[in-house]
Design a protein around this ligand. Structure first.
Ligand SMILES: *[C@@H]1O[C@H](CO)[C@@H](O)[C@H](O)[C@H]1NC(C)=O
Ligand SMILES: *[C@@H]1O[C@H](CO)[C@@H](O)[C@H](O)[C@H]1NC(C)=O
Ligand SMILES: *[C@@H]1O[C@H](CO)[C@@H](O)[C@H](O)[C@H]1NC(C)=O
Length: 829
């Protein structure tokens, strides 16, 4: 019994522990990303989606490229964003921070010339564009411009160039592009060769921010500036229709519009030599002027800035930061929806992904530990055979495996290549087989012993048919463990629930009915004698209960469609197949308990409550009904959360373990002593060759007798008084079952249930005045002694003779059985 109390305390402890563990998990990881404002729209969207899909928060704060570099360098940001080369004067060129290409966009020359035909895009050739920005071409009708754009011939107006500070990312890129154009057109002594050159021509105006540059060019005629493709869209939208974007000239002379297609061509076709010789530690990759036809010549790249030696001191933060970078690059939608170009599945993007794959946390490898870590090109080294990877980002824990389709599992491999056997070779199943086998052995052994010894008085007293019924219930419970151990299929899921329910119904309804019988025998003897409590009646009633239980369980499994379902495990990307009800798509059904399940639980709960009540009614014998208490440890286990793998395994094993303990220990506690006793009695009988001494029920006396099972109970109504000062007389009912050596002493306050031979009974001298003409005995049990007063001398004598008989029988048994049997109370029912 202590073991059960221990078991339930242990489970309660486990529950508390779990709550603590899950509370700890709830602490969110925060990843700080920030810097350049140019890619801030795609980054912000990705940060929002990533945070909602994962148990982390990614916060993007857009400011400028310099802040992105500085904060990545000092650890304030795990991931910086920068459009400009790393300032090596501040951060060194030794790789303390590195620039990793993240997203591509385009620079577009945007202008405002009133009166041009609708839809026309001016063409700025590689020879003319650098000249506009060094002031050599300053009129809209300059012959060099008119050569490519005849419609400008009439525009006799000054070109007003809107520039931005020389430190701005777009100015740096634009100057670099103009330098490349001069180089390709072999322009002598290009001013852009001088890094200090600024756009401060007589016809220029400096705008404070990109936004204001966009507003100015959208509003003022004859202005011209350079903007990123999304800012140009803003400028066009805010203008009266005179603002448009120019075509840029490719190395081959074609004029190319800036769009996703032309930007994509540039990004995909960066020569491998350029990529291989790329120095992440300083410049990164910024402007592209690719010779593939159709590629946009003014393509620019924005970079992530990382401190590779220590992204964060916290491994979880490092892992989530790297996952975020991977997520951003491998989800092109974030870029394309904002008119940017994704680097996914381009040589530059793969270079970035391979670089972050090599990042370690204090020499601990973070990438490639799981089959579900994708390669930079999006494929897998060992793809899932009959399943898929739950988490599409790498840097997964080594335990992460493919999630298998129904019928496949991971036993020796983790790619779902193995067919699920009927009995999966996993440790939880082995433990369950052990439970099942031992339970079947023990319970089966007890049943055979019960049948073999059914004539033994000790066994008879327990009413063997009813006990056999309870034991069969336990046997069925043991068999249900087998269905629980098997891999979830429709059949095993249903069989497990139905067999367990029938077993539950058999055991508890019979325990209930037996305790009710005891109650009626002791309280309403006459009713009890009517025979409504015959074994056959009890078995029939209990069978009805069990069948109803089985039917409810069966209907429940069919209506709620119990079967193999996939369950997510918290804390890992693993999923497992378990028996569960069908979910209605959104996985909501797990939280709503169906009416039928409530009926099933309520029915079984009622049985348990009835057992407890009956146990209370016969509370002197209630030590025999400990099964009722054990139910609580079982329900604690049913309430265990099972969303992590460890918990699921624990619950699995605890569940089978509880059924196992119930089905082994309960019958041992209930029937063990009697069956063991019957073995000994049997041995004695065979050696003595005589019948056991059962006292004839007193047909010739006025004692009440009652049948308890097949044994005889003798009832005595006596007066009783404790042998101590101030005690008063009370009445008591003493029930003796001589052939079981049992006494059940029911006083108004206390009920004692004991071996009769444990009591000492001795006559009392009736010399005192108030005792004249009475028939009294002193009965001592442990430290209590009571004075019993009988109505007649015959009753008193009978009581003494039964007592003597019990002492004799008990001593005979004791002599033979070398003290195997414990002293103390014995079972009644
Ligand atoms: C981002 O989240 C929104 C809203 O939840 C969703 O509609 C969109 O498809 C997600 N984008 C990506 C790329 O996952
Ligand atoms: C690299 O350069 C930075 C900045 O100059 C410096 O703080 C850092 O210690 C250097 N690291 C190594 C490994 O030399
Ligand atoms: C600007 O104008 C002044 C006189 O108005 C002229 O001397 C100077 O050369 C011009 N500068 C450029 C860069 O055109």
């Amino acid at each position: 019994m202590h073991r059960f109390i221990l078991a339930s305390r242990l489970s309660a402890f486990v529950v508390v522990l779990l709550t603590a563990v899950s509370a700890q998990r709830a602490h969110g990881v925060v990843i700080k990303v920030g810097g350049a404002s140019f890619p801030s729209a795609p980054y912000t969207n990705a940060a929002r989606n990533f945070s909602s899909e994962n148990p982390v928060t990614v916060a993007y704060s857009g400011s400028n490229s310099g802040t992105g570099q500085k904060n990545a360098f000092n650890g304030e940001f795990q991931v910086g964003a920068s459009d400009v080369p790393i300032t090596t004067s501040l951060y060194g060129s030794n790789g303390t921070i590195i620039a990793l290409p993240a997203i591509a966009g385009g620079l577009v020359v945007t202008y405002n010339v009133p009166g041009l035909p609708k839809g026309l895009q001016l063409k700025f050739s590689r020879q003319v564009l650098p000249r506009i920005f060094d002031g050599s071409v300053s009129m809209w009708n300059d012959p060099l411009l008119v050569a490519d754009n005849p419609s400008l011939a009439e525009k006799n107006a000054k070109i007003i160039v809107i520039t931005r500070s020389s430190g701005s990312g777009s100015t740096l890129f634009f100057k670099k592009s103009l330098k490349l154009m001069d180089a390709s057109s072999k322009y002598p002594s290009s001013p852009y060769e001088n890094p200090k050159f600024t756009f401060n021509m007589n016809n220029s105006v400096m705008a404070a921010t990109t936004d204001s540059a966009a507003v100015i060019v959208g509003s003022f005629p004859y202005t011209l500036t350079y903007l990123s493709q999304n800012e140009a869209a803003v400028a066009r939208a805010s203008s009266n229709g005179d603002c448009s974007t120019a075509l840029a000239q490719h190395l081959n002379g074609d004029f190319i519009p800036c769009n996703l297609n032309s930007l994509g061509l540039a990004v995909k076709n960066v020569p491998q030599d350029n990529i291989d010789s790329l120095n992440y530690n300083s410049e990164g990759l910024d402007t592209l002027d690719v010779d593939v036809p159709g590629a946009y010549p003014l393509t620019i790249i924005s970079n992530f800035i990382l401190r590779p030696s220590e992204v964060s001191s916290d491994k979880a933060v490092t892992v989530w930061a790297l996952k975020f970078i991977w997520y951003f690059i491998s989800h092109p939608e974030f870029a394309t929806s904002q008119t940017f170009v994704s680097l996914y599945q381009t040589p530059i993007g793969e270079r970035t992904l391979s670089r972050i794959s090599s990042i370690t946390q204090r020499d601990e490898v973070l990438y490639g530990n799981s089959v579900c870590d994708p390669l930079p090109d999006g494929s897998y080294l060992h793809p899932c055979v009959n399943g898929f990877c739950e988490d599409l980002n790498p840097f997964q824990d080594s335990s992460a495996q493919c999630t298998c389709e129904y019928g496949f599992g991971n036993y020796d491999h983790s790619d779902c290549s193995e067919v699920t056997p009927y009995f999966a070779p996993v440790w939880t199943s082995y433990v369950k087989y052990f439970f099942m086998a031992t339970a079947v052995l023990v319970v089966g052994g007890m049943i055979s012993q019960l049948i073999r010894m059914k004539a033994d008085p000790d066994v008879k007293a327990m009413s063997p048919p009813c006990c056999a019924f309870i034991l069969s219930g336990f046997l069925l419970a043991a068999i249900s463990i087998l269905f629980h151990a098997a891999s979830p299929t429709h059949g095993t899921c249903v069989a497990h629930i139905v067999t367990a329910s029938i077993a539950f119904g058999m055991v508890f309804s019979m325990i209930f009915l037996k305790s009710i019988r005891i109650y009626f025998i002791f309280r309403y003897t006459r009713l009890a004698r009517l025979g409504i409590f015959k074994d056959a009646v009890l078995i029939a009633l209990a069978s009805i209960f069990a069948i109803i239980d089985g039917i409810i369980a069966g209907i429940y499994t069919q209506v709620d469609k119990v079967g193999p379902r996939i369950q997510d495990l918290a804390g890992s990307s693993k999923e497992v197949w378990v028996c569960a009800v069908e979910s209605d798509g959104e996985g909501s059904s797990r939280s709503t308990i169906s009416t039928l399940l409530i009926v099933l639980l309520a029915f079984n709960g009622l049985l348990v409550v009835l057992c407890l009540m009956a146990g209370h009614l016969t509370r002197s014998a209630s030590r025999k009904f400990d099964e009722s208490k054990k139910i609580w440890s079982m329900s604690v286990m049913l309430g265990l959360p099972s969303d992590t793998e460890a918990m699921l395994n624990l619950k699995n094993v605890l569940f089978s373990g509880t059924v196992w303990l119930l089905s082994i220990l309960s019958p041992i506690i209930l029937f063990g002593p009697s069956l063991l006793g019957s073995l000994q009695t049997h041995a004695r009988e065979s050696s003595l060759g005589q019948n056991t001494g059962s006292i004839q029920s007193g047909e010739n006396s006025d004692w009440k007798t009652a049948e308890v099972g097949k044994s005889t109970a003798l009832l005595f109504n006596v007066g009783v008084k404790a042998m101590k000062a101030l005690a008063i007389w009370d009445t008591a009912l003493i029930i003796l079952m001589p052939d079981m050596n049992m006494a059940f002493i029911m006083k108004s306050e206390t009920h004692i249930f004991t071996k009769f031979s444990r009591c000492k009974v001795k006559p009392v001298a009736t010399t005192t005045k108030d005792a004249q003409g009475t028939f009294r005995l002193e009965m001592v049990l442990d430290k209590n002694s009571d004075l019993l007063e009988f109505a007649t001398k015959e009753k008193m004598d009978e009581f003494r003779s039964i007592h003597t008989q019990c002492i004799v029988n008990n001593n005979m048994k004791r002599e033979e059985n070398s003290g195997l049997r414990k002293h103390g109370s014995r079972s009644v029912a």
